[in-house]
Design a binder for this molecule. Sequence first.
Ligand SMILES: NC(=O)C1=CN([C@@H]2O[C@H](COP(=O)(O)OP(=O)(O)OC[C@H]3O[C@@H](n4cnc5c(N)ncnc54)[C@H](OP(=O)(O)O)[C@@H]3O)[C@@H](O)[C@H]2O)C=CC1
Ligand SMILES: CC(C)(CO)C(=O)C(=O)O
Length: 348
Amino acid sequence: MQNPETKTGLSAHFRSICIFGAGAIGGALAARLAASPALAGSTISAIARGAHLQAIRKNGLHLHEQGKTEPLVARFAATDNAADLEPQDLVIATLKGHQLTSASADIARLLKPGGRVVMIQNGIPWWYFHGDTASGLEGRQIEALDPGGIVWQRISPERVIGGVIYQGAQMIEPGHIRLTSSGLLHLGEPSGALSPALAEIAGLFQASGWTIKTTDRIRDELWLKLLGNAALNPISALTRARIDEIVDGPLETLVRKIMTETKAVSERLGCRVDTTIDQRLEHTRSLGNAKTSMLQDLEQGRPMEITPLTLAVTQLARMAGVPTPANDMLLLLISQLDQSMAQARGSA
Ligand SMILES: NC(=O)C1=CN([C@@H]2O[C@H](COP(=O)(O)OP(=O)(O)OC[C@H]3O[C@@H](n4cnc5c(N)ncnc54)[C@H](OP(=O)(O)O)[C@@H]3O)[C@@H](O)[C@H]2O)C=CC1
Ligand SMILES: CC(C)(CO)C(=O)C(=O)O
């Protein structure tokens, strides 16, 4: 069951809020939360680093929204040292999957006892099987996503609210983020509970201008989004093509194969992705000539988010007994590219 538009009052419990990793997505969330008059009684802060952090401190964060001539300029406390901040009621983690292990001690340190963490990430998250009664694999940890179970142990999956976001976003220069599509954020407890905390947190995002859907089946939303990312992100990095070039050319056949395999894995794990491949492709087409986040990472010489988007699909497929030859092939190719990029970075 889904609540199409969650209408809640503002939160009594989540008054101190920290966005951990205020890059493209996190920066947009932080800017809107900090600028929202409805959240005037709350403290909003962010963890960022490097030139981006310096720019936020000096000039505020500039959010360039579609259809608006002037950016939203938001000011909030920002630091690269979690120890500078008081323990928080709510941490919103907006990191790439591979950045989570190293950030997990700081995220845990930032949480008050009883604090919650919204994990917004593409792909399969480290907490996937926590509270999952549909797959027969409840509580299973996924080593590739969380080596040594460090994140699970430090943050604890009971604190998590899962987040799936549809929002094209790009850092165009330090301190400046451009939104390239309209946004929608799905939020859900891993257990499926439609809890008071979930409603309160949804209310906070809603008050800052996001369209929010709360759900008791967050994994369905994870997979629906992943159908697109599993196909588009690695294909775009391998071919350097934009989204429209991929879905409107000969590569569409490969996209369909990846989406079909990925959907089969989700269904074998007890999820319901209520969309056809044609409908999913249509949605993807609406993103036009955008570059995927993986292509942006490649172009900037940064590590790519392969583990949650591709490797995890193939590993969950093995657990579910579903063959995924197209995903397996894509994994080989994109891993080789990532390795070559890492070698180039190492020798630079
Ligand atoms: N961008 C998009 O359009 C979309 C992205 N997503 C997903 O959202 C998630 C976040 O993506 P996105 O916002 O693009 O990623 P970004 O790389 O833009 O943001 C992550 C930010 O966190 C910073 N960071 C990482 N670790 C630390 C740390 N320990 N301390 C301080 N800062 C840190 C990074 O800094 P640095 O750059 O120095 O590493 C970066 O600025 C990903 O899972 C992505 O797939 C989902 C939908 C769309
Ligand atoms: C392409 C997009 C915006 C939506 O599928 C995305 O999620 C990404 O680039 O990682």
